[in-house]
Design a protein around this ligand. Structure first.
Ligand code: HEC
Ligand code: HEC
Ligand code: HEC
Ligand code: HEC
Ligand code: HEC
Length: 296
């Protein structure tokens, strides 16, 4: 249902024309190279390994995403007179925001690879298409460059972090020639909302996302934790970048307060005139996550 509402809402945005920039790239390899994070892994190995395990690192190759996009392309975009395959850009805007630097032709190529990766009869072709797509994901530069700027407008040569580094002797300046600017937004729910709220401006009664329900049902009732407090717990040295959610059983358990009170009783089995031992169970289930669930 949530996806349906999102699709209808997003389809209504199809009429907004896309502005074409002059320097848009035309191949996946060029786009991947612009957002290459190998240098980050050299110094931030643990964070890189955690991120590799997160859904953010599979933001298009998650099988649920690939399959849904295949259906959206074949049944939505291809069947509509008003839509084109390049309109897949509206989904890519959040799942791989680096798409802003790609030409419409590249978006069409990506749409073709999505369909091949799910539907092609030849296994080798399906795997090859998925491998190509896996070069693009929500990586360090998407969060710390594209989405992390305080005013939402990233500047060339800047990275955004929770504290900022002194550029005079920062390893980023020395090794990569980039400034590291403090961004207050990156520690707040508004940062996650830049992608996790497909319901901008709508109340959760009409369109519900983790962000609308966080604001209306958690913060409005005195909840004080940020998304980061729960989803990026402090690790040995740094904040975890695994971003556990509903599929991490141990983490999901932290979202419920479950009390089960069991009292022994007896019950008369009337067909056989027999007394049978039984248990009366009372279950108290309280949601203590920062939003409604399950949601995924
Ligand atoms: C506003 C940003 C945004 C846009 C636009 C967007 N998505 Fe997503 N999508 C997300 C986020 C964030 C998640 C992870 C949410 C979660 O797991 O609760 C997600 C998860 C998904 C999932 C996996 C979870 C599920 O519910 O099955 C699918 C499939 C998906 N999106 C399809 C699409 C399609 C199709 C489009 C384009 C019509 C699209 N998305 C556009 C942000 C977006
Ligand atoms: C030469 C080593 C080196 C490289 C390469 C490097 N970093 Fe760092 N980075 C550091 C050190 C050292 C710190 C300060 C200690 C810390 O926060 O881990 C830091 C801090 C950070 C911070 C926190 C800044 C803040 O505001 O608190 C972020 C975010 C970050 N790096 C991202 C990146 C990204 C993204 C890349 C790749 C483009 C990268 N780093 C490449 C060494 C490096
Ligand atoms: C989905 C967005 C996202 C991605 C992807 C991401 N980060 Fe972060 N990162 C954050 C946020 C948010 C914080 C601030 C957390 C806080 O302080 O509450 C952060 C904090 C950091 C810090 C400071 C560590 C600390 O303990 O305060 C470093 C260093 C860092 N990130 C490096 C990286 C590197 C390297 C990558 C890629 C391997 C990466 N990040 C990928 C969102 C992201
Ligand atoms: C650039 C857009 C973007 C940003 C910024 C972002 N996310 Fe995500 N996030 C996504 C997308 C897209 C997915 C779905 C990936 C998938 O299912 O493959 C996702 C997945 C997740 C998941 C796993 C969902 C599941 O189904 O288990 C969690 C948890 C999550 N994000 C939390 C956060 C938090 C907390 C922040 C802020 C600190 C954040 N994200 C910032 C786009 C983003
Ligand atoms: C008080 C802790 C807490 C806070 C605050 C919190 N979450 Fe969660 N979140 C959880 C728990 C626990 C789960 C797993 C159970 C579930 O799905 O609710 C979860 C699940 C998720 C999921 C994946 C499953 C789903 O329901 O789609 C996403 C995405 C997510 N949270 C994003 C966010 C974002 C974005 C924020 C801030 C606006 C946030 N969370 C705030 C605890 C929290």
């Amino acid at each position: 249902m949530r996806l349906f509402i999102a699709l209808v809402f997003l389809a209504s945005m199809l009429i907004v024309p896309q502005l074409a920039a002059a320097d848009q790239v035309t191949t996946i390899d060029e786009l991947a190279a612009m957002y290459n994070v190998e240098s980050c892994a050299d110094c931030h190995e643990d964070i890189h390994n955690e991120w590799k395990e997160s859904w953010h690192s599979k933001s298009i190759t998650d099988p649920r995403v690939l399959r849904t996009w295949r259906t959206f392309i074949l049944r939505g975009l291809d069947k509509s007179d008003k839509a084109k395959r390049s309109d897949l850009r509206m989904c890519l805007n959040c799942h791989i925001p680096q798409i802003k630097d790609a030409s419409d032709d590249l978006v069409v190529q990506i749409a073709g690879l999505v369909v091949t990766s799910v539907d092609d009869k030849n296994k080798a072709k399906r795997e090859a298409a998925e491998k190509e797509l896996s070069k693009l994901n929500i990586n360090c530069l998407v969060c710390h460059k594209l989405k992390g700027a305080p005013d939402g407008n990233p500047k060339p040569g800047e990275l955004y972090g929770p504290n900022g580094l002194d550029d005079e002797d920062s390893p980023h300046m020395e090794e990569l020639g980039i400034k590291t600017v403090k961004s207050d937004i990156i520690k707040t729910a508004d940062f996650c909302a830049r992608c996790h709220n497909g319901c901008q401006g709508l109340p959760s009664s009409i369109c519900s996302s983790v962000v609308t329900s966080y604001n209306e049902q958690y913060v409005a009732h005195g909840g004080e934790k940020t998304c980061q407090d729960c989803h990026m717990p402090q690790g040995e040295d740094t904040k975890s970048h695994k971003f556990p959610g509903i599929f991490d059983v141990d983490f999901a358990k932290t979202g419920v307060d479950l009390k089960i009170i069991a009292n022994p009783t007896r019950y008369i089995y009337h067909l056989e005139n027999r007394v049978v031992p039984a248990v009366a169970i009372k279950v108290d289930l309280t949601n203590i996550a920062g939003h409604e669930w399950p949601h995924g």
